[in-house]
Ligand binder design. Structure first.
Ligand code: UD1
Ligand code: MG
Length: 476
């Protein structure tokens, strides 16, 4: 599908006033990617000679979003409309290019196959311009397509704000996705005038100008009007996001993943999930998360950039980021993995346990109420309830190293830097400030003293005190 004679131009300089946002419209996200990234990715399979992106508002950030995808940013400053944007791109468009594919940066649901069909139709029909259009039940806000009687070619596009009363009923809309033959387009762009409420140069006006020059403008109508949804408002953004989530869930289910209440899960575009994995309602799988086969991810868990190896069980309401959840391991419920948590095969992390930059060795367990940070824990070790690695002195972070088959008693504080050797025991309630040799028992707490009969004597004292108080009250 290489189109070496075609340049793709993504219009992404606008502010997006209707979003009422401090962030440029095309940087808003749907389906886990910025809008402009979706659009550039839809252009890529066509293999155009080049993908140019017109940037203006927050130009640097928009350029940074598209350049890693191999697109080239062209600055439009100030932004004087969609027609002006194409004029600004002119100097960057190579002379050898014959066709220009124009795509707005705010149409994230667009499919590559639709763009390919548009370019193909344009070539086959030898038109000067080919518009992608759609019939919408509610066309409000969009430019409307005025067809010619007779051959059904396109006479003009009229913006919503400029519609005559009888044109309001037209529900065929301009998607802002076009293929132009460049040598026909340039003279018309030079003739654009800002005759509209916004004092802008509208690319849509080029359609009437082409007609005035007896050039043929045609339209290709997409049956899937979802695809051309422009995200002008927060409501549009939410609609686009919903469509992405539905598409992604459907794709995973087709590949053998069980998803219960798929309309409630949020799975980003780049996430991979292996077959026979079960995803329960309300789960979010974000960023570059990879889940292997036969895992269970229970309700309410949110995983960002995580690797989950086969057979892992994630109980409800876990939050994990930049972490690994190893083969056949168990996490949660209510557990938190911060960046660099690395649960090895068969390990367990239970409720109210937090791991940060910590390796939990094979078959090791930390089942209740613990903070383990900057730690390495050897295989088969057991970390008791309430264990805390004191890794921070207010300025520096220090490591804790726990060997294999170690038993850390409940409510232990390990004051880092500190090491506990293989096979050692640490008694419950200890504050460990010195290294513990292998196979030793460390006890670091006040010694217990039992005072025989003390409580009985105390109770009798208290009872006497209470009695004498009552008496004094009565006398008064
Ligand atoms: C545009 C079309 C309208 C169509 C609709 C489809 C025009 C005049 N109107 O309207 O017919 O129905 O898209 O969604 O073209 N942009 C620039 N530079 C500018 C102005 C805009 O790069 O100077 C970019 C924007 O960032 C955006 C795209 O062009 O990604 C479209 O602009 P937008 O303001 O969304 O146009 P609409 O009013 O939606
Ligand atoms: Mg728009």
């Amino acid at each position: 599908m290489a189109a070496k004679d075609t340049v793709a131009l993504v219009l992404a300089a606008g502010k997006g006033t209707r979003l009422k946002s401090d962030m440029a419209k095309v940087l808003h996200r749907a389906g886990g990617r910025s809008l402009v990234e979706h659009v550039v990715r839809a252009c890529q399979p066509l293999k155009p000679a080049e993908i140019l992106v017109i940037v203006g508002h927050q130009a640097e950030q928009v350029a940074a979003a598209v350049e890693p995808l191999g697109a080239k940013a062209v600055v439009q400053n100030p932004q004087r409309g969609t027609g002006h944007a194409v004029l600004v791109a002119r100097k960057a468009i190579r002379r050898s290019a014959k066709y220009l594919l124009v795509v707005p940066g705010d149409a994230p649901l667009l499919r590559a196959s639709t763009l390919a069909a548009l370019v193909e139709t344009h070539r086959r029909e030898n038109a000067a311009a080919t518009l992608l259009t759609a019939n919408l039940a509610d066309p409000t806000g969009y430019g409307r397509v005025i067809r010619k009687e007779g051959d059904g070619s396109v006479a003009a596009v009229v913006e919503d704000s400029a519609l005559a009363p009888e044109q309001r009923a037209i529900n065929e809309i301009n998607s802002s996705i076009y293929c132009f033959t460049l040598d026909k387009l340039w003279p018309c762009l030079a003739a654009l005038r800002p005759n509209n409420v916004h004092r802008e140069l509208y690319l849509t006006d080029a359609i009437a100008l082409l007609n005035a020059r007896q050039e043929r403008v045609i339209a290709m109508t997409t049956p899937d009007s979802d695809e051309i949804l422009g995200c002008n408002t927060r409501a549009h953004l939410a609609d686009a996001d919903r469509v992405f989530r539905q598409r992604k869930a459907a794709e995973l289910m087709d590949a053998g993943v069980t998803i219960y209440l798929p309309e409630t899960v949020v799975i980003d575009a780049d996430v991979d999930v292996g077959r026979d994995t079960i995803i329960e309602p309300g789960v979010e799988l974000l960023g570059a998360t990879r889940v292997a086969e036969r895992c269970v991810i229970r309700t309410g868990s949110v995983l960002t950039n995580c690797r989950v190896d086969e057979g892992a069980l994630i109980e409800p309401h876990c939050v994990a980021i930049d972490s690994r959840i190893g083969k056949n391991s168990r996490l949660g419920p209510f557990a938190r993995l911060r960046p660099g948590a690395d649960m090895r095969e068969g390990s367990h992390v239970g409720n109210f346990v937090e791991l940060k930059k910590t390796v939990l060795g094979e078959f090791a367990k930390a089942n209740h109420l613990a903070y383990l940070g900057d730690a390495t824990i050897g295989s088969g070790s057991n970390i008791g309830a309430g264990t805390i690695t004191c890794n921070y002195d207010g300025v520096h972070k220090f490591p804790t190293k726990i060997g294999k088959r170690v038993f850390i008693g409940s409510d232990t504080a390990l004051v880092a830097p500190v090491r506990v050797g293989d096979g050692a025991y640490v008694a419950a309630g200890s504050v460990i400030t010195e290294n513990v040799p292998a196979d030793a028992l460390a006890i670091a707490r006040g010694r217990q003293a039992n005072k025989a009969g003390w409580a009985k004597v105390r109770r009798a004292e208290l009872a006497r005190e209470a009695k004498s108080k009552k008496k004094t009250k009565r006398r008064r």
